[in-house]
Design a protein around this ligand. Structure first.
Ligand code: ADP
Length: 865
């Protein structure tokens, strides 16, 4: 057996091997040790004759899904080795091969690889989250990304530059990434696959074969990088399914400038779809989501992960939200109708992948029928927004299919198809008569029981059924003699402790009728199942479009619900680079405060071309971070097509959104926190454009006061002079206020605080002007630092402040510093004199001596600059 095991394990590679033995999947050796740890199950050993004891553990087949889910979540991949013949078949094979049947082993094969990106089982998937697999590869410096969610069949292709890869992958939120094995820049967690899988021509061919077309023109224009990535993706899916391809729709192209770019660090810091602890609750998504279907919730997560960057699309979404917002009755009715709609996208994917059940068919039937009901209600509306007009036709057109499914299936079909019972009566006469036959036989058996009781006079006689004997007659032991008599008409089958079991000719006949009719009925149901699945598969693209349209309507109605609940407003999207938010609130903090019975203080923000950088000072805990994030989230929500938590908002389109938080709040990820902070800040300086929006929270905090102030100063100047983007910059360095003297588009603001009867009161109100003082000691007191320590700190502070007055303070002399751009220019110019000299040099005309002199001269000048 171990030989077979090792052969399969070699095929499984790095995957854990689930080796089917009877009712268990067994794991051996290191796999067993690993799995026993992750799953917290007993590690045992298996004695091998003559060999060492082999570590092993096992999970029952019937509950394998739960164990698989845990292994996948812990980052493992699993190969499933099933028995592909019965013991009888194995024996017959042995006989044919002339081997002793005692030695033969049931053949096993890996039937599937289960990986994070290739799940379709409901039990293994999170209902409200997409499950993406992405393939990435490089073709001549351009990266191709192919992503799909096989639980819904969506497939997307895009390309990007190497520096934009991290942002693209974090937008897609892929659960698993595959790359060519010879690609040096592969992300460390990637699954490596043969480089040959990522050839663009083969990718094109695979896509054409998959969709049965001879050209991809109808789907869009795909670049070589996209096709190469698509090839890698499809090859991997084929590998994981051992040749069986999952459900995939024709690929869509994601244009790189269609979405607002948000890099990984900003996503994490803004807690868009998950908090920094990884939870959905407490994230923006968790606070905004009022969708009533899982598909809607998945769509909303995608919308928030990839806010739009083009005005018409944003306005189209907003118009649909407005429709539901302004009409609470329509909203309520629509949500009620949606609530009854099952997850047809995932049911469809299972059916297409041949892993579907009668229940999935029932879900498709109910979902499509309900879509039609919704269509009727929405199509009757006057003045429909354009997006709704686009969506409406996708909700219908399934009449014949729904009719067929409704006729064929019982109202709630089971998930198990092998025991039948899902085809409705009246659908198939032959099936009905088979069922009648077995029904009659059952009645006949009930009649037999009464007759035998009469005939034998044993009132305790019963006819029972079990899996081993089938139907049998049972009497208590003390009455058994009467039935044992040779002419009784009963034949003895089994003697138990307190009962004896018999058969009879009549019973046998009826039992046979039941078994035969039952077998035929099962076969008939199976055939109907396959035919119905084929009908659904035929209509898969249209059904997927319906599912998408339903999700989009759910998102809009859900956002409208959220807006009404929180008194949110419709943002006005502008082309000018403004950001005018009146009464803005942070939705997550507001919800948390509301739970504690406290009120959120709304604040205004007004950035424009001539006032695009706000420096915000004020005490710790004063509400700076909250203000920054509230504005970033409002921009994000608006461009995702949502109403926003404010009383009014005018938002100039943002192409890139950045959020950075000073190091000490961040977790170290291998590098020092300050290093992380600087790497992330550098990315903003390199990438932010005039259309970007940046929030910087205490940047420079992760190092010494002098370094930190110097860096914060230089970063603020660079953002003002070079990037020229809209920016909110929170800082506790008062000294930065002096930047206002030289930077015209920079203004000073602070969060207000008061000392009242010796205690600090934080007003959480953003006001104009510099912060007057830092209130650090008052905050310390508020936080419970012992009075003695606070008093001592006051004394030290007084001394420090005296020193500051005498020397002019930390930032003394900074006012004379040339501005960032001027300093940069001066450096440039000096370099240029060197360059000019070099350009003028005729190297061929120089003697070796002259060349050496010239080199010394250039060196001297360069050193001076
Ligand atoms: P800072 O960045 O200035 O240290 P935070 O933004 O972290 O301050 O705010 C600290 C706390 O103050 C928050 O956790 C929140 O409870 C409260 N807070 C912040 N802003 C507001 C506001 N606008 N209204 C009410 N409470 C607020």
């Amino acid at each position: 057996m171990m030989e077979q095991y090792h052969a399969l394990k070699a095929q499984a590679g790095e995957c854990l091997l689930f080796y089917r033995m009877g009712d268990f999947f067994e794991l051996f050796f290191d796999d067993a040790k690993m799995a026993a740890g992750v799953l917290d199950i007993a590690l045992t050993t298996r004695g091998e004759s003559g060999g060492e004891a082999v570590p092993m553990c096992g999970v029952p087949v019937h509950s394998a899904d739960g164990y698989l889910a845990r292994l996948i979540r812990a980052g493992h991949r699993v190969a499933i080795a099933e028995q592909v013949e019965t013991p009888d078949q194995a024996k017959a094979r042995a006989k044919a091969e002339g081997k002793p049947s005692s030695k033969v082993l049931v053949a096993r094969e890996i039937i599937r690889f289960v990986t994070a990106g290739t799940l379709t089982e409901d039990a293994l998937l999170e209902p409200r989250r997409a499950n993406r697999l992405a393939a990435v590869c490089e073709v001549r410096g351009t990266l191709g990304i192919a992503a799909c969610d096989i639980s819904t069949g969506r497939m997307e292709l895009e390309e990007c530059t190497p520096d934009a890869l991290a942002a693209a992958l974090s937008r897609l939120g892929a659960r698993e990434i595959v790359t060519p094995e010879d690609w040096e820049a592969a992300p460390p967690e990637a699954t490596l696959r043969p480089a040959g899988d990522f050839a663009s021509e083969r990718g094109r061919q695979r896509l054409q074969d998959l969709h049965g077309v001879s050209t991809l023109d109808a789907f869009g224009e795909f670049s070589r990088a996209m096709l190469a990535a698509a090839g890698g993706l499809l090859a991997y899916l084929e590998h994981a399914g051992r040749g069986a391809m999952p459900f995939l729709l024709p690929p869509r192209i994601n244009a790189s400038d269609a979405c607002m770019a948000i890099d990984e660090a900003s996503r994490t810091s803004l807690e868009i779809t998950a908090t920094q602890g990884g939870a959905r609750t407490g994230s923006l998504l968790g606070t905004v989501d009022r969708c009533v279907t899982s598909a809607g919730a998945r769509q909303l997560a995608e919308d928030l992960s990839a806010p739009l960057a083009r005005r018409p699309q944003i306005e189209a979404r907003l118009a649909l939200v407005r429709l539901f917002h302004d009409d609470p009755i329509l909203r309520g009715d629509t949500r009620e109708a949606l609530r009854a709609i099952p997850d047809i996208a995932r049911a469809l994917a299972r059916l297409v992948a041949d892993r579907g059940s009668p229940r999935d068919l029932g879900q498709v039937r109910d979902g499509l029928a309900q879509a039609r009901v919704l269509h009727e209600a929405l199509a009757a509306l006057p003045d429909r927004p354009a997006l709704l007009d686009d969506l409406l036709p996708r909700l219908t057109g399934h009449g014949a299919l729904v009719h067929e499914l409704a006729r064929a299936l019982v109202p709630s079909p089971p998930t198990e198809r092998s025991s039948g019972g899902f085809i409705a009566s009246g659908y198939d006469d032959a099936l009905d008569s088979l069922r009648e036959t077995s029904g009659n036989a059952r009645k006949a058996i009930a009649a037999l029981e009464a007759r035998y009781r009469d005939e034998t006079g044993v009132s305790a006689l019963k006819i029972k059924h079990n899996g081993v004997l089938g139907y049998f007659i049972e009497v208590p032991s003390k009455h058994a003699d009467r039935l044992m008599a040779p002419d009784s008409g009963f034949t003895h089958r089994q003697t138990m402790a307190s009962a004896v079991r018999f058969n009879s000719v009549h019973l046998h006949e009826e039992a046979t009728r039941i078994a035969e009719a039952g077998g035929h009925a099962l076969a008939a149901e199976e055939a109907h199942f396959e035919a119905l699945v084929a009908l659904v598969v035929e209509a898969r693209e249209a059904i997927a479009r319906t599912a998408d349209a339903l999700a989009r309507i759910d998102v809009a109605a859900g956002l409208a619900e959220r807006a009404a609940e929180g008194d949110w407003c419709a943002p006005a999207i502008q082309d000018a680079s403004c950001l005018e938010i009146v009464g803005g609130r942070h939705p997550v903090v507001e919800a948390a405060l509301a739970r504690a019975g406290e009120r959120f203080v709304p604040n205004d923000c007004a950035l424009c071309d001539t006032d695009r950088l706000w420096l915000i000072g004020g005490p710790n805990m004063g509400g700076k971070s909250t203000f920054l994030r509230a504005n970033a989230l409002i921009v994000l929500l608006a461009q995702a097509g949502s109403y926003v938590p404010a009383s009014s908002a005018r938002i100039g389109l943002v192409d890139r959104l950045f959020s950075r938080v000073g190091a000490s709040d961040n977790l170290a990820r291998g590098r020092s926190t300050f290093m992380v902070e600087m790497v992330e800040t550098a990315a903003i300086l390199a990438q932010a454009t005039e259309r970007s929006f940046v929030i910087l929270d205490e940047v420079g905090r992760g190092t010494s006061t002098y370094d930190g102030l110097a860096l914060a100063w230089a970063v603020a100047e660079a953002i003002h002079e070079q990037n020229r983007c809209r920016c909110l910059f929170a800082t506790h360095y008062h000294e930065l206020a002096r930047l206002a003297e030289t930077c015209d588009a920079l203004s000073l603001h602070h969060v207000r605080a008061r000392e009242w009867q010796g205690d600090l009161v934080l007003l959480h109100e953003v006001a104009e002007g510099p912060a007057d003082r830092s209130y650090g000691l008052a905050v310390a007191k508020l936080a419970g630092v012992p009075p003695g320590v606070v008093d001592r700190a006051s004394a030290v502070l007084a001394k420090l402040e005296r020193g500051r007055e005498e020397t002019g303070g930390l930032a003394a002399g900074l006012g004379d510093l040339p501005l960032f751009s001027a300093a940069m220019q001066a450096q440039e110019e000096e370099c240029d004199t060197l360059r000019e000299k070099l350009a003028a040099l005729d190297v061929d005309a120089l003697s070796p001596r002259e060349a050496l002199d010239m080199l010394y001269e250039l060196k001297r000048e360069g050193g001076e600059s």
